[in-house]
Design a protein around this ligand. Structure first.
Ligand SMILES: NC(=O)N[C@@H](CC(=O)O)C(=O)O
Ligand SMILES: [Zn+2]
Ligand SMILES: [Zn+2]
Length: 435
């Protein structure tokens, strides 16, 4: 295995120093380090070294929608975005609701080699919301599933949600809820408010999200298990989670990069690239989720990378699929929305995009501080570069980025997965077994 020496980077938690990677681990941090034979030098001056990013919410689409994304293409996009681990959502075809399917996804991730893939198991059989899936069998499988979600749909039946929380409590699992009250969002197309009236699109009220979050926090307080809230998007949701945490109730929550930056005003274009679940909200909501992320009410940023092929997005608004890609732009959007605005530091970003998602997902190998002895999962970024987002340049199979044409700060220069570069000089390497 080649050794790598990153020179003169600003190492989060350590200050400016050199960082030596050998045999998959960080073996030295300091100045004037001895250089092993054949070491490759990576110029880190002016750059920031972060712990490899962890995405708790990615749609890789395999099995079933390999026209939108595969484990290989999705993890290539992840590597380009600085991620070393991604959690793959269960809304595939077949649904990831058995040990067989989660093991398949896990194995595909290992074979691809660009990022570790941790499958999320469905909560209910076929994500149909009527009968609990084999949660224990998925937990005991080679994939060691700890996070369960019917994402795409809400576990709406309160009794079933209670059972799921009770079941995973036995092994410390977590239920990740897609908080969407289905009766309040029938036919909903965009955030409910003055603008939905003007545009003539069926509204999606904030309370459809907030009522489920409130209910589930109370349910979980009763059960004493682990609850995680997916893609929280409203000011009211932030207030509910903040109040719950103040009372000492167990809940974690995520926000997406797009909900940290974009508002419903973009919808006046009727461009379905901005159609997403939950919908883009108002400026007041964006301010509230930024504040919530900064003060720790919202634990993490998760991309909800939701690739869709052109034919599912390039159509009339009401017929288009919900979802946007996000793995390759997440870090830049968070830098723009949270760091360049002075709401967060780089250490905070490492916490929200690496340490805490790894802790919620219970993966020990990732989300560790850059210290001697830790696995070499490292992301090196140049925060000074400005780049324009070009959908055609994406490593993802899909092109549905809402940031197309936008100028964003920051560029991933290198990503190391257990000491092997998946990205070097800003380009994908051929590290994977299958590539
Ligand atoms: N976020 C989305 O708009 N779409 C997701 C489903 C989901 O995350 O709810 C998808 O699978 O396409
Ligand atoms: Zn969802
Ligand atoms: Zn999702």
């Amino acid at each position: 295995m080649t050794a790598y020496l990153i020179t003169g980077a600003s190492i989060v938690g350590e200050g400016v120093a050199d960082l030596l990677i050998e045999n998959g681990a960080i073996v030295a941090i300091g100045n004037d380090l001895a250089r092993p034979d054949g070491v490759e030098i990576v110029d880190g001056s002016g750059k920031i070294a972060l712990p490899g990013l962890v995405d708790l919410h990615t749609h890789l689409r395999e099995p079933g929608r390999e026209d939108a994304e595969t484990v290989l293409t999705g993890t290539r996009a992840a590597a380009m975005g600085g991620f070393t681990a991604v959690f793959a959502m269960a809304n595939t075809d077949p649904v990831a609701d058995t040990a067989g399917v989660v093991e398949q996804v896990w194995r595909l991730g290992r074979e691809a080699g660009y990022a570790d893939v941790y499958p999320i198991g469905a909560v209910t059989v076929g994500r149909q919301g009527t009968q609990l899936a084999e949660l224990g069998a998925m937990a005991d499988s080679a994939a060691r599933v700890r996070v369960f979600s019917d994402d795409g749909d809400c576990v709406w039946d309160a009794a079933l949600m209670r059972r799921a929380l009770e079941y995973v409590k036995a092994f410390g699992g977590v239920i990740a809820q897609h908080a969407q009250e289905p009766r309040l969002t029938q036919g909903a197309q965009m955030n409910e408010g003055a603008l939905s009236g003007v545009l003539g699109l069926t509204g999606w009220p904030s309370v459809a999200e907030e009522s489920i979050i409130a209910r589930d926090i109370l349910l979980n307080a009763h059960v004493g298990s682990k609850l995680h809230i997916c893609h929280l998007s409203t000011k009211g949701s932030v207030e509910i989670v903040r109040a719950a945490k103040k009372r000492g109730l167990e809940v974690t929550a995520e926000v997406t990069p797009h909900h940290l930056l974009l508002t419903e005003d973009l919808l006046t274009s009727y461009n379905p690239v901005f159609k997403v679940n939950p919908p883009l909200r108002t400026k007041a909501d964006v301010e509230a989720v930024r504040e919530g992320l900064a003060d720790g009410t919202i634990d993490i940023v998760a991309t909800d990378h939701a690739p869709h092929p052109v034919e599912d997005k390039d159509c009339e608004w009401s017929a288009a699929a919900f979802g946007m890609t996000g793995l390759e732009t997440a870090l830049s959007v968070v830098q723009h929305a949270m760091i360049d605005t002075k709401l967060m530091t780089w250490a905070d970003l490492a916490d929200r995009m690496s340490y805490r998602p790894a802790a919620i997902g219970q993966i020990g190998e990732h989300g560790r501080p850059l210290e001697v002895g830790a696995p070499a999962n490292v992301t090196l970024i140049d925060p000074a570069v400005e780049r324009t987002v070009v959908p055609g340049e994406s490593a993802s199979l899909s092109r549905n980025t809402p940031f197309a044409g936008m100028k964003l700060p920051g560029q991933v220069v290198a990503t190391f997965l257990r000491g092997t570069p998946t990205v070097l000089d800003g380009k994908l390497t051929r590290c994977g077994i299958n590539s």
